[in-house]
Design a protein around this ligand. Structure first.
Ligand SMILES: [Cu+2]
Length: 166
């Protein structure tokens, strides 16, 4: 019976590990810090087949006393990554690249979310599927560079993540 018990224990441990891992992938939530900046709720929206563009989202808080700027973003899964804003022009919602990046004023939090600021992946090299993870490099003017793992989520899961409390 001893071997039966130990294999049961093994299975339970494995099950717990699998549950923990998938929980971890689906709900990142854990903030990472670089200098005075705290970055959280980072995710990529899952894309339909043959989509050429994709979107990335995150929350950046600046606890320091100086403004910083997200100047550039690198994602190897796309030919080019831009930082976009959404604006209503003549009653039409349009997006356009923010040439100078996104400013994060001292003591403030900037949210990149669907319908607002976002990372825009142009020329996707492959489909982005729910459950995958990809490293993305964020480059800040003052704080420097940080590479974070971005989970791919459906719009529904991503919106849930954005609505969660910190
Ligand atoms: Cu865009």
């Amino acid at each position: 019976m001893r071997s039966g018990l130990s294999s049961l224990t093994f299975c339970l441990a494995l099950g717990a590990a699998v549950i923990f891992t998938s929980f971890f992938n689906v709900i990142p939530g854990m903030a990472e810090t670089i200098g005075d900046l705290s970055i959280s709720k980072n995710w990529i929206r899952a894309t339909p087949p043959a989509a050429m563009t994709g979107g990335g989202f995150l929350v950046i808080s600046n606890s320091g006393s100086h403004e910083d700027t997200l100047t550039a973003v690198e994602f190897t899964g796309a030919k080019k990554t831009e930082i976009h804003e959404m604006k209503i022009e003549k009653d039409v919602m349009k997006m356009r690249p923010l040439k100078g990046g996104i400013k994060i004023p001292a003591g403030e939090t900037i949210v990149l979310k669907p319908g607002g600021f976002h990372l825009m992946f142009m020329g996707l090299k492959f489909r982005l599927k729910d459950g995958q993870n990809f490293p993305i490099k964020l480059i800040f003017a003052n704080a420097g560079e940080i590479t974070m793992n971005f989970p791919v989520l459906t719009m529904e899961k991503g919106n849930k993540l954005m609505m969660r409390g910190n």
